[in-house]
Design a protein around this ligand. Structure first.
Ligand code: NAD
Length: 484
């Protein structure tokens, strides 16, 4: 096999992986099929991993089940010490992780380093602290209410933040005393291999964390439908989340679902417009728009609408597309040819629907070779049109005018999703009042920073349950009531 990508960009040991990680060992897969890993920046083949099978899933779940009683009974301090060692081993691989994510996802190296790797390291660090705390117990009348780990977790993750999405499940699951079988996205599996190199170095007890790479229809379905998986923790599209609920329903398995979004960025008339637009555009385009929380609908008061559109066009012009390893690059490619094609389809339909092109579009120049799509902005987007309703998952922003706050709230809430959102106003009380009216899992006022200890998750079709912090940890626990 001829593999591309300069050696300085991707550790050689990572390119050809032939094993799964089950029961604390690198094991051979049951089948011989492989998954080719591609560089979205160049379209070249850069690595291969095994395509797991249902038999592999069964072996991994069996290992996780066998490890569960011992891990669940271990002292919180012991689990915290294991997570601490994992953090050390992972942090030592931070550069390799960032370069791997830049290669297999196409994220600009700076973003890959600061966000794609920096955030999950923070999340793991936080869970060292959370794991060390004694389990929360509560007395209600004559009852003692205790928390117990839920059991074996099947974790299924997407490609857009290949380490963070994994860590947001693995860290709390292990901290709570659960054991895990992980199926990472088939588009970005190399990052997971680096994680398991760290797991091996950290010496986690055998079977506590297992890796079965593979496709959704084969490994994902087998894991979600496995009779011995107690909780399926899934991040991905709403369509797949719905399928996973059906697979889990037969045995009443628990599900935790982090799904899609179409979040609204509400800019009130008295907002600091320059900042609101700059931050809003940056949020919509982060990771080439492949972010579930992206504020992809910018709602602007009519009094500031023309001014806002000028600012949007100027901001977008500053986003240079290119090689993720070029320091001047601000936007990488989309993850795959299929994803780029889907996004172009959304752009074409918005044009056909009469939305006004403000920046980008199908004719805008993009670098050759990879799956690049120019950052694209439409104005006068009808709130009920497909562009305002469907998740694009690419660098496409819809700008929508509103006349008063009630209309802004109605437009923002006119969505089957409810994951994130923003409000901008010089009057923080007014902004807070609007934030309270938005039917969504998170709202940032005036660009307030992301808080990785606060609950993360969605209303409506954006999901079920919450990740991160104490609320995320609770997702991996059952409550038991003991009367005395
Ligand atoms: P996807 O649903 O196609 O795939 C996600 C994972 O599910 C992958 O590992 C895939 O192999 C697996 N899968 C696919 N079909 C399956 C099946 N039938 N049974 C079991 N597993 C299956 O999503 P994606 O394209 O990888 O990711 C993009 C989507 O993820 C977007 O919709 C985005 O909004 C969403 N997302 C949500 C969050 C969040 O926290 N809410 C975060 C990131 C991404």
């Amino acid at each position: 096999m001829d593999l591309a990508a300069p050696p300085s960009q991707l550790p050689d040991a990572l390119r050809l992986r032939r094993h799964l990680h089950i029961g604390g060992e690198w094991t051979h897969p049951a089948g011989a099929d492989v998954i080719d890993v591609e560089s979205p920046s160049t379209g070249e083949l850069i690595g291969q991993v095994p395509a797991g099978t249902a038999a592999d899933v069964d072996a991994a779940v069996t290992a996780a089940r066998a490890a569960f009683p011992g891990w669940a009974a271990s002292a919180p301090a012991e689990r915290a010490a294991h997570l601490d060692r994992l953090h050390t081993a992972l942090a030592a691989r931070a550069d390799d992780l960032a370069r791997t994510i830049a290669v297999e996802l196409g994220a600009p190296l700076k973003l890959a380093t600061r966000v794609q790797v920096g955030l999950p390291l923070t999340v793991l660090r936080d869970h060292v602290t959370l794991a060390a705390r004694p389990a929360v117990e509560e007395s209600i009348g004559n009852s003692l209410v205790v928390r117990e780990p839920i059991g074996v977790v099947g974790a299924i993750t997407p490609w857009n933040y290949p380490l963070h999405q994994v860590m947001a499940k693995v860290a709390p699951a292990l901290a709570a005393g659960c054991t895990v079988v992980l199926k990472p996205s088939e588009l970005t599996p190399l990052t997971a291999y680096l994680l398991f190199d760290a797991v091996t170095e950290a010496g986690l007890p055998p079977g506590v964390l297992n890796l079965v790479p593979g496709t959704g229809p084969v490994v994902g379905e087998a894991l979600a439908g496995h009779r011995d998986v107690d909780l399926v923790s899934f991040t991905g599209s709403t369509a797949t989340g719905s399928r996973i609920m059906r697979l889990a329903a037969d045995r009443i398995a628990r599900v935790a679902l982090e799904l899609g979004g179409k979040s609204a960025n509400v800019i009130l008339a008295d907002a600091d417009l320059a900042t609101a637009v700059k931050v809003g555009v940056g949020n919509a385009l982060l990771n080439s728009g492949q972010t579930c929380t992206a504020w992809t609908r910018m709602l602007v008061h009519r009094d500031r609408y023309a001014e806002a559109l000028d600012l949007v066009a100027t901001a977008v012009a500053g986003y240079r597309l290119g090689d993720p390893f070029d320091p001047a690059t601000r936007l990488g490619p989309l993850v795959s040819a299929a994803q780029a094609e889907r996004v172009r389809g959304h752009i074409d339909r918005a044009l056909a629907d009469g939305a006004r092109l403000v920046a980008g579009g199908p004719e805008a120049p993009v670098p050759g070779g990879g799956h690049f799509v120019a950052p694209t902005v439409f104005a006068d987007v009808h709130p009920a049109s497909p562009l305002a309703q469907e998740e694009v998952f690419g660098p496409v922003l819809a700008v929508i005018p509103f006349t008063d706050t009630d209309e802004a709230v109605a437009i923002a809430n006119n969505s089957r999703y409810g994951l994130a959102g923003a409000v901008w106003s010089a009057d923080t009380d007014a902004a807070l009042a609007v934030a309270r009216r938005l039917r969504t899992g998170a709202v940032d006022i005036n660009g307030a920073p992301f808080n990785p200890l606060a609950p993360f998750g969605g209303f409506k079709q954006s999901g079920i349950g919450r990740e991160l912090g104490v609320h995320g940890l609770a997702e991996f626990c059952e409550l038991k009531t003991i009367q005395r």
